[in-house]
Design a protein. Structure first.
Length: 157
């Protein structure tokens, strides 16, 4: 069967510069590979089919999930889509408390904080900065067990 290689997605202002880049995490559970949270798949019906990310340490926080860029990127927005479906609503299973951090000149700095979240999608905007990587440091989930991310998107400034 022939294989068709797709062109890489655009990586400019407003584009998701995390898509397909090198993801990293504090741990990864079962069918949830680290790359699953930056694969572009936002279909909650496919949760558990090697898309999305779930940490492997129940009830132990903080957890971290992020993406490294091949070259520094100018960014100003992070969108975090946590698990949120009829059978697994964000109010019960989603990520609740986290910080958004950027790596600049080898140092992590917090650019946004979210506390008490019950929504499936949260957008954090911050002053444009050039970053080598972005991570979310998760302090709590709504079920107090696992950190679950369907997709992490980082927007170019």
């Amino acid at each position: 069967m022939p294989v068709r290689v797709q062109e890489p997605p655009a990586k400019g202002p407003g584009d998701n510069v995390a898509l397909g880049e090198q993801a990293f995490a504090s741990s990864a559970h079962g069918n949830f590979p680290v790359c699953g949270g930056v694969d572009g798949n936002k279909d909650h019906a496919q949760w558990g089919t090697r898309t999305g990310w779930n940490d492997a340490t129940p009830t132990i926080f903080p957890d971290s999930y992020g993406v490294r860029f091949p070259t520094p990127q100018r960014i100003d927005q992070v969108e975090l889509l946590t698990i949120d479906s009829a059978g697994s609503p964000a109010t019960r299973f989603g990520v609740k408390d986290w910080d958004v951090q950027v790596l600049t000149d080898g140092q992590w700095q917090t650019v946004a904080q979210v506390r008490g979240n019950t929504a499936g999608l949260v957008t954090s905007q911050f002053a444009a900065t050039t970053a080598e990587a972005v991570q979310v440091v998760i302090y709590a989930s709504n079920d107090a067990r696992y950190s679950r991310i369907m997709e992490l998107e980082v927007r170019g400034a």
